[in-house]
Design a protein around this ligand. Sequence first.
Ligand SMILES: *[C@@H]1O[C@H](CO)[C@@H](O)[C@H](O)[C@H]1NC(C)=O
Length: 144
Amino acid sequence: MFSNMPRTQPILQWLSLFILVELCLPSHGDVGTAAQYDPPYIPAACYGSDPSQFPSSNLFAAVGDGIWDNGASCGRQYLVRCISATAPETCVVDQTVQIRVVDYVPTAASNPSAGGTTIVLSKTAFGAIANSSAASINIEFQQV
Ligand SMILES: *[C@@H]1O[C@H](CO)[C@@H](O)[C@H](O)[C@H]1NC(C)=O
């Protein structure tokens, strides 16, 4: 009884399924890389040495040119998730952190664990989503 169905039908069905899944997935973030940095965290490019710039959770970050936006990114919050790394099992599965932008990587008070990454996470933020002995990880991130 299905012999009269057009041959394109299965393709259309797969396409609709794909679109449906895309629409239902919780995140549509960008993909990038992240390193980590140690104290000293001040002075930082956004708010100088003001201690109140750091959330009590210690989840904050310095950002590179791709996000910095001439300083407009200061105070913005991002959700960051580890998606992969060079060494297997580096990422903490299904763990996302919400970080606050407080600094600009090229002028940060301490050096990042790896150069040229999209974002440099505080030690606490990095350790929450990945093995803290890793120098850099691949991330998915999304502005809140
Ligand atoms: C983190 O990575 C290091 C170096 O690769 C490894 O020795 C250690 O076992 C890892 N720690 C965890 C908790 O997986």
